[in-house]
Design a protein around this ligand. Structure first.
Ligand code: SAH
Length: 349
């Protein structure tokens, strides 16, 4: 059976190679080629005999992604990639360039099941979960293409990371491993729409990453309208879990709040949000919603956003407005795949 080598730990690789009577030092070499030198093909592994390279290519395929499309923002150098996976599916990643280094936003699934009303990933439909190596490969490909180190990761691309829990945990293990790129767990954020039992499972692991919660509304009435997951795990239950998470990990939780004009941006919403977050180790990230052609939501005006921030801050809740990057290149995740699929459909007609 063919085994996806990019998702294996070094120990697993050593065992797999042993079963094929390939010596241990070869496993270490291959692991380094994959995770240090970011090789995407056995032919790059020049210190391996040609015959071994052929054998490995047959037994252990490298499911790395290929750049299908790349767009660079003229406004802020944000780079958006559309990657093609080994089976022809597409995912998106975005690299944001900050003074302190490069951050990549990676996808965890092809499409998404969560059904949030404002999100393009949902519109494209759910296809499948990504393998750990396919999540890694987005970063590896981008870093190789840019020729610059990527030091921060946000799991905020397409898909719900906690709906692909085991593969995402393996991805975290591999990307923070000393014999790989060794990215600090503190430089990683994981964003979820609020899958409560999985947040509890994450808590058990006591990781030093930043947990982001896509809250977007302070009441069940409103949140259930725009985020179906809320019907399963309502606001108060989610926030109780968050309180426990923050208290037990001493890690500040980041709440994402997309400002939808006339929907969730009233003074009343701000006051209710402030009262619900009171006393929690947290931060609110306000994001003027990115307009998605197929959805009716419009971003709140800058004045409205500022007023919302003021109310939160007056109540002692830390809040910032996220800078909008890459607005000229469909940098809101899901948008490119949607376009690509539509183009494909048109081509098929
Ligand atoms: N499924 C995860 C991570 C992917 S989405 C989650 O829900 O957190 C990453 C973030 O972008 C989430 O906060 C999501 O709610 C937000 N988002 C989705 N569509 C958006 C849009 N059109 N404008 C602004 N933010 C959006």
């Amino acid at each position: 059976m063919n085994r996806d080598i990019l998702s294996m730990t070094l120990d697993e690789l050593i065992n797999e190679f042993a079963e094929c009577s390939i010596p241990k030092f070869r496993a270490k070499q291959v692991y380094e080629w994959l995770h240090r030198h970011l090789a995407s093909d056995y032919d790059e592994m020049t210190n391996l005999p040609k015959q071994l390279r052929n054998e490995l290519a047959e037994k252990f395929p490298i499911y790395s992604c290929k750049i299908a499309k790349k767009q660079v923002s003229k406004l802020d150098n944000t780079v958006k990639y559309l990657f093609e996976l080994h089976d022809g599916d597409f995912v998106e990643s975005v690299v944001m360039k900050y003074k302190y280094g490069n951050t990549i936003c990676v996808s965890s699934q092809v499409g998404c099941k969560m059904g949030c009303a404002f999100c393009a990933s949902t519109l494209g439909g759910f296809k499948r979960c990504l393998l750990p190596g396919e999540i890694l490969s987005q970063l590896y490909c981008a870093q190789k293409d840019l020729g610059e180190r990527i030091s921060r990761i946000v799991l905020m691309g397409m898909g719900e990371p906690l709906d692909n829990f085991d593969n995402v945990m393996r991805f975290l293990e591999l990307i923070t491993a000393e014999n790989g790129l060794n990215i600090s767990m503190r430089n990683i954020s994981l964003s979820t729409c609020g899958v409560v039992p999985k947040i509890n499972e994450l808590l058990e692991r006591r990781l030093q990453l930043t947990l982001s919660i896509s809250l977007h509304a302070p009441s069940d009435e409103l949140r259930s309208k725009i985020m179906p997951i809320n019907k399963k795990y309502p606001v108060d239950e989610l926030l109780k879990t968050c309180r426990r998470y923050a208290a037990e990990t001493s890690r500040r939780i980041s709440f994402e709040y997309a400002m939808l004009s006339g929907v969730n941006d009233s003074d009343e919403c701000a006051r209710l949000l402030a009262s619900k977050l009171k006393g929690m180790l947290c931060h609110v990230n306000l994001i003027p919603v990115n307009e998605v052609a197929e959805s009716p939501f419009k971003p709140s005006s800058p004045d409205r956003v500022q007023r919302f921030v003021d109310i939160l801050e007056k109540s002692g809740i830390n809040a910032t407005v996220r800078r909008k990057l890459g607005s000229d290149i469909d940098a809101s995740c899901g948008q490119l795949r949607l376009k690509e699929n539509k183009a494909k459909e048109k081509g098929d007609e």
